[in-house]
Ligand binder design. Structure first.
Ligand code: CP
Length: 322
């Protein structure tokens, strides 16, 4: 077992924490997708709740801003009938100098069952998983530029909804790969699920030096990168993680790497366009594409609820959910 497998899996191979896609096999990723499938219809019901996590307490611990991830984790927990604590870090004692570990110890003293953690530092969720009491599960809701595993799984769920199988798929991930935790998790998930080809399309300054070792094909020309792909995943420029100038200007970036309707013609006629959000219109994607018929961006958001329900129920229920 690798260190990641040891930390996030039980001895009989079930999910205890969900920190990274790394080390998880195709069967487990497929189990997450299938479990999410069982929850997806719930949003259409008059009563949008199941009692699977009744009596459990889940803490949303977001040290970094979020719109989609925090709210869909809260909705997912509520729909599983769990109680939810949303800690507002800006108004919590963290702002008075309390350490992360002391914050965790104090919340543990309230007999909670799960931490959903977003943090600007890579490894924060792993750290909490190592320190937390044995009965507590930890879900990584995005750590630095390391991992965002539930985002990757809701993206895989959305791809499967549209394309059914992964084996024949050509996928292009376009934009700021270097700073993207989403791209890292998507690449791991796509390769584990057997995608035929994963391309990363970006200027050299926005690709990690050893990117080929991640099992992807680096490309620097958008028209070529989009040729005959089934799925286009656009990423924003993650300026909050840039410590120097990586580009001449945003307008130059859009000219070379922005997805327009004309450029999308290079992809397959039935290609879908994805984006984890937040979107920067006119920087990495034109509004006509973001709001166009091939865009599945808002489906990704809706699917986030079912996928997060799946991950929460699989980690907190001893026998799994489905
Ligand atoms: N995709 C994503 O993580 O969005 P938020 O930052 O709004 O959670």
């Amino acid at each position: 077992m690798t260190m990641d497998q040891h930390l996030q899996l039980t001895v009989d191979g079930r999910l205890k924490h969900f920190l990274t896609i790394e080390g998880l096999n195709a069967a487990l990723l497929t189990q997450i997708l299938d479990t999410a499938e069982s929850f997806v219809g719930l949003s259409q019901n008059q009563v949008k709740k199941v009692p699977l996590l009744r009596g459990k307490t889940i803490v949303n611990l977001f040290f970094e801003n979020s719109t989609r991830t925090r709210t869909t984790f809260e909705l997912a927990a509520t729909r599983l009938s769990a109680d939810v604590l949303n800690i507002n870090i800006a108004t919590s004692a963290s702002s008075k100098g309390e350490s992360l570990l002391d914050t965790i110890r104090n919340l543990e003293a309230m007999h909670v069952d799960m931490f959903v953690v977003r943090h600007a530092l890579s490894g924060a969720a792993h750290f909490i998983a190592r320190q937390a009491a044995p009965h507590i599960s930890v879900i990584n809701a995005g750590d630095g530029q390391h991992a965002h595993p539930t985002q990757a799984m809701l993206d895989m769920f959305t791809i499967r909804q549209h394309k059914q199988r992964f084996e024949q798929l050509k996928v292009a991930i376009v934009g700021d790969i270097l700073h993207s935790r989403v791209a890292r998790s998507q690449i791991l998930a796509l390769n584990t699920l057997g995608a035929a080809e994963v391309r990363v399309v970006a200027p050299k300054t926005l690709l990690p030096a050893d990117v080929e070792q991640m099992g992807v094909m680096p490309m620097h020309d958008l028209d070529q990168g989009l040729r005959d792909v089934d799925v286009v995943i656009m990423l924003r420029l993650q300026k909050e993680r840039m410590n120097s100038a990586f580009l001449p200007s945003e307008s130059e970036f859009f000219r070379c790497f922005g997805l327009t309707e004309a450029r999308l013609q290079h992809a397959k006629a039935d290609a879908i366009v994805m984006h984890p959000g937040p979107i920067n219109r006119g920087v990495e994607i034109a509004s006509a594409v973001a709001d166009g018929p091939r865009s599945v961006v808002l489906q990704q958001v809706s699917n986030g609820i079912a996928v997060r329900m799946a991950v929460m129920s699989m980690t907190l229920q001893p026998g799994g959910a489905a």
